[in-house]
Design a protein around this ligand. Structure first.
Ligand code: ZN
Length: 116
């Protein structure tokens, strides 16, 4: 992988990381606000449901952050475009579309089919 490619993907990942962090900060702020002091079951249920959705989003975002950090590490290690499973090359077009992936299309498909 060329140095210019590494720089390009590092930028993409850093940018993506910033966006995820920004978004999860917004979620945290949103869940702190709410409760207007009026006890209303419907409101409470809606807030609870919203909090659960936020939790799920926060959960998937923290997983995404882990992937981004891993991808940044892989750039430093020089293994960024190498599939973590079969050691095959991951096409740059795939990495451009999904900068945080660590598997080639075949391994990703196999992993998703096995449900993990
Ligand atoms: Zn693979």
């Amino acid at each position: 992988m060329k140095k210019s490619d590494r720089d390009e993907f590092r930028d993409l990942l850093v940018e993506q990381r910033r966006e995820v962090l920004e978004h999860s900060n917004q979620l945290n702020t949103a869940s702190r606000v709410g409760a207007d002091g009026v006890p209303d079951f419907a409101d409470y249920a809606a807030e609870k449901a919203e909090a659960e959705v936020n939790d799920r989003i926060a959960d998937s975002e923290s997983k995404l952050l882990e992937k981004i950090d891993l991808a940044l590490q892989r750039i430093e290690d020089g293994t960024y475009d190498t599939c973590a499973e079969c050691s095959g090359k991951i096409p740059l077009a795939r990495l451009r579309a999904k900068p945080a992936v660590s598997l080639c299309v075949n391994c990703q498909a196999r992993k998703e089919a096995s449900g993990s």
